[in-house]
Design a binder for this molecule. Sequence first.
Ligand SMILES: [Zn+2]
Length: 301
Amino acid sequence: MPASMQGEMQPTVYRFRFGGFEIANVLDSKVIRDGLYPGFGGNQPAEAAQEVTRGNNIETDRYEHPFIPTLVNTGRQLVLFDTGNGALRREHERLRGRVPDGDLVARLVQAGYQAEDIDVVVITHGHPDHIGGLTEGGKPVFPRARYVFGATEFDYWRRGDNVREARKFNRELFMQICAPLADRSSFIKPGDEVVPGIRAVDAAGHSIGMMAYHIESEGKRLLVWADTCIHYVMSIQRPEWHVEVDDDKDKAVATRKRILDMVATDRLFVAGFHMPFPGLGHVERSASGYRWVPVSYQLNL
Ligand SMILES: [Zn+2]
């Protein structure tokens, strides 16, 4: 008898030591989406997009879109950056008769932690794939946690002024999920410290008040850049190209350029929520922009 096919088997947790900290990138889930172009590079001709995708051996029409929260254990506090899609996506998939592939809490268990162990949940910005896992059935998923939001971001969604049409439903979700957590939340601004070794960096543009987070321990430095760059080719090789899901497109371009320059110049490690799993790497300068260099063994030394 020939051996049977076993199906896909791919890692969902990547845990490593980082100075005195321990960090785990945990795959909440991933989806295949249509339209890498014009979702990325909508302000460019189709040929320009095709040239870039062909040059990188990827398709122009379809792409894989992962969701990767980052968990940092500082030795004193357990800090989770973003919560994935949570029940939102599981319901969405069930309604379509599909078995949902992801579950952050189950995968945190694989990483060695229970939901009750999380001390701080930091929300980089208020989009559904980052806040969806905060509550389930109206109850907090991380029962002991306090929450950290960027003050500008929280205020923007709470006020609900000038929310573009495509984000109206997002605003309802934010009010339903995040607004009730306000009394257990702190609201911070760029430069503020979350816990020793973790500091907020302005990354507004993709959303009105998005924040990245600089993590430093024993001289090692890493930037959790959230959705500064959403695709590892399109956003990094062509940072000036517009991205449909960026709420302020021009500001997002300026922020992308500033942060890419910073991580390339300072040789920071990057944890990217939508970079290919494990979502860790470096950025190098190239002739046309920058290049994503996925992690190799650097974090094992
Ligand atoms: Zn996102």
